[in-house]
Design a protein around this ligand. Structure first.
Ligand code: BES
Ligand code: MN
Ligand code: MN
Length: 467
């Protein structure tokens, strides 16, 4: 599909290369950390920056829409009469940056080092959002039109469980009508191999609070006579999983769909070097559920992990107390067809059942999201595969990701939209960790992939997409 307009597209991108990088950095400089109340104005600033950019490049009906949480940015371009309509989703919020001392440069002062750009959000997910903006801009500037109709939905609450988004999506169902959705918030496979993600895990996030006395006790005066909330919590946590990595919550696996032999074969055929993976992690050994390979454990099996644990004295030296209370944050990654609310119920019941009688135990749900599957053989997925192959020079592999994007299931279930997970992050990009980075070749080529994708989708047409 090489045409004269492709050349104009390349020339436009070449002429605006410096401006593009500067604009990418500008977006990254806005510290839009959705989890922290002190960054509420920054999240709005990021939303307004994106809205202004959408307006500037020729997107219409641009709106910074209120959700109750951080705003959603909406915009559309609907002049490709008779062509398919695609809903594009990315998120502009980012994770907190601590521990700050481990960053080699300040997280919100992006720098380019040897083909990489470094900073919070450069990969997850501002870089991907930005490459969509730049692909759209270059198409509109060089052709005066887009090959397909686009509706953009850019969220600001993804890293905080998207609590308000589902209601907003349902309320705006009519104006979000599309043939399918593209979510650009995933990445490539090990070795930076182009990939299309076909499954994401869901999530159940809970907190356990164990309470003893109103204040700490002298551990000499009371030790031995009362239970210790920290010890009690340790016993509870030990009762959640066995030595083989099986989760002990009754009913936990009831709704888990086992992989077919074919699916296991596909995963087994991925070019994955386990020794290299282990070496890069710097661990003495890998660990997981007996009977499954590392890739199966990571992408297809549910988990239960302690994400945070605190109690008692944390300072230097020693302090002899029975702590008044102890706390744990625990999350489960879920797979089809596990339901976050049902899993929370089973989890809470089990924790309360094994809770020692000498302490009070509370279990609260902090958030959740359903797992999702996207169809390999859908014409839109295949259009994405052709676009990746045409621009990265290699057909994508199909992978199951361990991470979660709750909105994926919402698009499928609440809006009846098939989803294509077309993302460009390199693996090991440090997302959520210090020194997050984006491969600038992935970013630049990704712009071409998106443009090519819209051409491919236009060629498939509405009837072709319906199958
Ligand atoms: N972009 C990630 C999801 C992801 C991670 C996709 C790894 C592919 C590979 C997303 O921003 C994210 O971090 N999601 C959270 C969801 C949670 C806050 C509900 C996650 O997975 O922890
Ligand atoms: Mn993300
Ligand atoms: Mn993330």
């Amino acid at each position: 599909m090489t045409t004269a307009t492709d050349q104009a597209f390349e020339e436009f991108l070449a002429a605006h290369a410096d401006e593009r990088l500067e604009s990418y950095k500008e977006l990254v400089r806005i510290p839009s950390i959705s989890a922290l109340p002190e960054h509420v104005p920054d999240c709005r600033r990021a939303a307004e920056w994106i809205a202004a950019d959408l307006e500037r490049i020729g997107i219409e009906h641009v709106e910074v829409a209120e959700t109750g949480g951080h705003p959603v940015v909406y915009g559309d371009w609907l002049h490709a009469a008779g062509a398919p309509t695609v809903l594009v989703y990315c998120h502009y919020d980012v994770q907190p940056v601590d521990p700050l001392e481990l960053w080699t440069s300040p997280p919100f002062e992006p720098v380019v080092v040897g083909g990489r750009i470094l900073g919070r959000g450069v990969a997850d997910d501002k870089g991907q959002l930005h490459l969509h903006l730049r692909a759209t801009e270059a198409l509109l500037a060089t052709r005066g039109r887009l090959p397909v109709n686009l509706r953009f939905v850019f969220e600001g609450d993804e890293e905080s469980n998207s609590v308000n988004l589902e209601a907003w999506l349902r309320a705006n169902r009519d104006r979000l009508a599309a043939d399918f959705a593209v979510i650009s918030d995933t990445g490539f496979f090990e070795g930076n191999i182009p990939a299309i993600t076909i499954a994401l895990r869901g999530m159940m996030y809970a907190q356990i609070d164990v309470t003893g006395t109103a204040v700490d006790l002298h551990s000499g005066g009371y030790g031995g006579a009362v239970d210790n909330p920290a010890n009690a919590l340790a016993r509870i946590i030990a009762g959640l999983k066995d030595e083989d990595g099986r989760i002990l919550v009754p009913g936990f696996y009831d709704d888990v769909v086992e992989l077919t032999a074919d699916e296991r074969r596909m995963i087994g055929e991925l070019p994955f070097d386990e020794d290299d993976y282990l070496a890069r992690l710097g661990l003495p050994a890998l660990h997981g559920e007996a009977g499954y390979s590392t890739l199966e454990r990571r992408g297809t099996r549910p988990t239960l992990d302690v994400n945070g644990l605190w109690s008692g004295f944390q300072g230097e030296g020693s302090k002899t107390i029975i702590p008044a209370n102890a706390h744990a944050k625990v999350s489960c990654r879920l797979v089809s067809n596990q339901d976050p609310d049902r899993i929370f119920g089973a989890f809470r019941d089990h924790v309360l059942a094994i809770a020692p009688p000498g302490v009070r135990v509370d279990v609260r749900l902090l958030g959740g999201g359903r797992p999702s599957h996207t169809p390999i053989h859908h014409p839109a997925t295949q259009a994405a595969a052709r676009a990746l192959e045409a621009t990265f020079g290699r057909a994508p592999v199909y992978i199951r990701e361990g991470g979660s994007i709750p909105v994926c299931a919402t698009f499928e279930e609440a809006l009846d939209l098939p989803v294509v997970l077309l993302g460009f992050d390199p693996p090991d990009n440090g997302a959520h960790a210090p020194n997050e980075w984006m491969d600038l070749t992935n970013y630049e080529t990704g712009i071409r992939t998106i443009a090519r994708m819209w051409d491919e989708v236009a060629e498939v047409g509405i009837a072709g997409l319906a199958g």
